[in-house]
Design a binder for this molecule. Structure first.
Ligand code: AMP
Length: 511
């Protein structure tokens, strides 16, 4: 195997993977992996270039690091680096001409910029080599990792995704496909995976299908991607979404599927529609843009406020603002302009820096605001930092009233499946009433979309297909491992076996 060293030359933070588990958990950047993944198998398409383009379309899913692994069936070449795609691959892209490539863009929570965690992971084992890219968060990762370590497995990263790789490598199942399936039976939580072996390309979605994954056709081959916008970027034709618990295998014989034995129950993440996915993507049959537009229409029906203009918080608030405007008849205007060269505010390590960046990133258009009663539309309020700054900004620019409509319900509980919605005590809606939040952020009126309104907007009126746990704390899987034994004083406590988190006040793996 001609493998480029996994420890490349990019910047690294010194977090030692061989530190004791407890120490590592404290310094651990995160179990959260909010990522974009892409894979291609083709004998006619230049797969490295296609993988680069596909990942580029998924850059919104991760700006911290990127990596691409390519194989011709015998050799593997891998390049990884920190930062945006343009920075991560500055020295070079993988050089070999292969027929299969996979890639990953990563977005972790605060402090997670550790080179060792950059994916795809690559390992040699008795059955050849395996390279893996993961989107999602595992909820039993610590238990699995401890067991693997006690059995002698070594880890190079602090990422839970590496546990999957180790499980596959030590599996005694007869074929690679069997090894993958038997490994995943031991894993709980959210995972959309793209795996590359000497034989082919494999895509898997966990039995709840928390994170998206779709299959496309390109010339003689196939493409797997987190979102359909990446299929569009390489001119692939959408075939279908990977099903809950399905493993799709692409090789020289075409495509076939196998399924995990665990019971499949679709609970795909509603936050993909609210905030995370690109509006030009379609996930599990629902257009993200259309869903956001309908959220806006619904908001206008739920909160029929008198106003002069509707102002979106760009970019994720735009479709909802257009919907609000269409339903209410109030014109929408660009009241805030985004500086596209400033990174995401959300992941900055402290509140002061976050506040400064909100203002660097968004600037008001005085001509559209002066003397106007404004309804500002944003997709969510997490800690409340952004909203408070924006309300103040709009007032300084001359708005006479500022109402805020949020196209999601109050976020009261953390997500354990890969969306960074903070630790519970930092969630403003976990510690304040709606009225108090309105006062804290300084609005003349605040309205959150109802849960039913949200579900209807994403085409799931009965609430049967979506995970909405961040709005109520009822989780579709057992999340007890994700919680620290929270001190009574903080109102924490054990999660009743299975599903409900009463007050997970501290989430130890969050940064
Ligand atoms: P906050 O300032 O903490 O209330 O965060 C709310 C802002 O962050 C909103 O403008 C959202 O668009 C954005 N946001 C919401 N969820 C996330 C997330 N998981 N990662 C990054 N940004 C987010």
């Amino acid at each position: 195997m001609n493998e480029t060293a996994m420890n490349g030359t990019s910047d690294r933070e010194a977090i030692c993977p061989c530190a004791p588990v407890a120490a590592r958990e404290e310094s651990r950047p995160s179990w959260h992996e909010e990522c974009g993944i892409f894979g291609i198998w083709s004998r006619t398409v230049p797969v490295t270039d296609a993988c680069y383009l596909g990942l580029f379309a998924l850059q919104h899913r991760g700006q911290e690091s990127a990596g691409i692994a390519v194989t011709d069936g015998i050799h593997v070449d891998i390049e990884k680096g920190m930062g945006l795609m343009t920075e991560a691959f500055k020295p070079r892209l993988p050089g070999i001409r292969g027929h299969c490539a996979i890639g990953h863009v990563r977005y972790s929570t605060v402090g997670g910029s550790v080179f060792a965690n950059v994916q795809p992971f690559l390992a040699a084992f008795s059955g050849g080599f395996i390279s893996l890219a993961h989107n999602g968060s595992l909820t039993n990762a610590q238990k699995v990792r401890r067991r693997l370590e006690s059995e002698g497995c070594v880890f190079q990263s602090t990422s839970d995704s590496e546990a999957i790789l180790n499980l596959i490598a030590i599996s005694s199942a007869p074929t690679v496909e069997d090894k993958i399936l038997s490994s995943l039976e031991q894993i709980e939580g959210a995972y959309s995976l793209i795996i590359m072996t000497g034989e082919g390309l494999i895509g898997v979605r966990d039995p709840h299908a928390f994170r998206p994954l779709c299959l496309g056709r390109l010339e003689d081959g196939y493409v797997l991607a987190s979102e359909t916008c990446a299929l569009d970027a390489v001119n692939a034709t959408f075939v279908r979404d990977v099903l809950p618990g399905e493993m799709v295998v692409v090789d020289q014989n075409g495509v076939h599927s196998r399924f995990l034995q665990k019971k499949a129950k679709l609970s795909s993440c509603v936050f993909e529609y609210i905030y995370f996915a690109r509006p030009d993507s379609v996930i599990d049959g629902t257009s993200v843009w259309q869903a956001r537009y309908l959220m806006g229409r619904r908001l206008a029906r739920e909160y029929p406020v008198s106003a002069d203009v509707v102002v979106p918080v760009p970019d994720t608030g735009i479709a909802a603002a257009i919907g609000f405007s269409a339903e209410s008849g109030v014109p929408w205007v660009e009241g805030l302009i985004k500086n596209r060269y400033v990174g995401r505010t959300f992941i900055l390590p402290d509140q002061t820096k976050r506040r400064a960046t909100v203002e660097m990133k968004l600037n008001p258009v005085r001509a559209n605001l002066e003397g106007k009663r404004v309804v500002m539309i944003d997709d969510s309020i997490v800690r409340g930092t952004t909203s408070a700054r924006l309300v103040a900004l709009l007032r300084r620019a001359g708005a006479t009233e500022v109402h805020m409509c949020v196209s999601s319900p109050p976020i009261t509980h953390p997500c354990y499946y890969g969306i960074d919605t903070s630790i519970r005590k930092e969630l403003i809606a976990a510690v304040s009433t709606e009225r108090e939040i309105g006062l804290k952020i300084g609005t003349d009126g605040l309205h959150y979309l109802s849960l039913q309104g949200l579900l209807e907007s994403v085409g799931d009126a009965k609430g049967e297909r979506m995970c909405t746990s961040c709005f109520h704390g009822i989780y579709p899987t057992d999340v007890s491992e994700c919680l620290v034994e929270a001190p009574e004083a903080e109102g924490g406590g054990e999660v009743p076996k299975g599903q409900v988190s009463p007050a997970p006040l501290s989430f130890k793996s969050e940064a």
